[in-house]
Design a protein around this ligand. Sequence first.
Ligand SMILES: [Zn+2]
Ligand SMILES: [Zn+2]
Length: 190
Amino acid sequence: MKQTNRSIVIVPFGGEIAEYLADVAESLYEQFGLPIRIEEDRGLPAFALDPVRQQYNSNVILKELLGSCPPGGLKILGITAVDLFSPIFAYIFGEAQFNGRGAVVSSYRLRGAGNNPDAKGCPPLVSRLEKECLHELGHTFGLRHCSDPNCLMHYSIGVECADRKFAFFCPACRDLMLWHMASDLFLKPC
Ligand SMILES: [Zn+2]
Ligand SMILES: [Zn+2]
């Protein structure tokens, strides 16, 4: 299988998350086994700002990402520190195209209660961000929410930490993800 020419592309929107990108990339590589490319920072996504809500529309950011996927990009993941919403939710940690190409994640709400990144008992922000990125990319690889509370695809939100507790796909999700990845790699030219 020719996997080496297909990569997961990370697109930073704003410098605030720059310090986390290398760790996120490593974590994505560990779970998906695909080359990871980090593109140049595109700056704050002002094009997606809703002037009334003073939040950023994740649908608009996704559309922008999908329109600018570089050759060889199998999946494209936008990462930002701005507050994201999608029209039916007050706020979101991230959004992904189910079985599609694009995902976007924000660190904004992952900082936890009181925006305190060092809240007692919470894992570091970078760890929360990694898990959120893995979860959203899991959706792009055809994974739905999983009933296994230990799985990355489990839909549970820690109230204190606003995070997901575990950093692994359960065996069933992992198998399904690999199956979808194989068909993506064969069938979807970039
Ligand atoms: Zn989800
Ligand atoms: Zn699972």
